[in-house]
Design a protein around this ligand. Structure first.
Ligand SMILES: [Zn+2]
Length: 177
């Protein structure tokens, strides 16, 4: 069905994995947090500390995580802004906007967990929501550039989660993860 991309690329390069960690305890050298798989730890180090040698050795993987991170940050920022705007009535937003914010937040958490469906839904919900907002409150049209910027980040969430799963499928399974 789907071709596996760049099988012979950097994916099989020595990853410099957690050589000193016990098999079922992968501990972050930066903050000491424990993970049950080297992939989970790798993801954490890339996203939280940007210090993952595995990501450095596999550019596609690093890009996927960066894209996912961009979408997640955009989701959290959007949620925070919506709550503030709803509280102040800015740009026609009201309490109903909080329902939107809750949906966006939930989908953002899904993208954080590398869920492809949530990434698609986040992008679609965002675009539809903004279209509806601009139609129902034409004054809010001034927010279009920001809305487009967020849409770009949310689109990166789609490409990032799909890239992540392609990368993971092409990679030998990690112990316990
Ligand atoms: Zn850490």
């Amino acid at each position: 069905m789907e071709t596996v991309p760049h099988q012979a690329g950097g994916l099989n390069a020595p990853a410099g994995g957690p050589g000193t960690a016990p098999a079922n305890a992968f501990v972050c050298p930066e903050c000491g947090k424990a993970y049950d798989g080297d992939f989970a730890l790798s993801y954490h180090r890339k996203v939280v500390h940007d210090t993952d040698p595995l990501a450095a050795a596999t550019p596609g993987y690093g890009n996927a995580l960066s894209h996912i991170r961009n979408a997640v940050i955009a989701g959290f920022v959007s949620t925070a802004l919506t709550v503030v705007f709803a509280a102040t009535g800015f740009m026609g937003m009201d309490a109903w906007s909080l329902i939107d914010a809750t949906i966006i937040l939930g989908l953002t958490i899904g993208v954080w967990n590398r869920n492809r469906g949530c990434a698609i839904a986040l992008f679609v919900v965002w675009v539809l929501e903004k279209l509806f907002q601009f139609v129902s409150a034409p004054g809010s049209i001034v927010g279009i550039p920001i809305a487009i910027a967020f849409a770009v980040f949310f689109y990166q969430g789609i490409s990032g989660t799909f890239e992540y799963h392609r990368w993971r499928a092409a990679r030998p399974p990690a112990e316990g993860g």
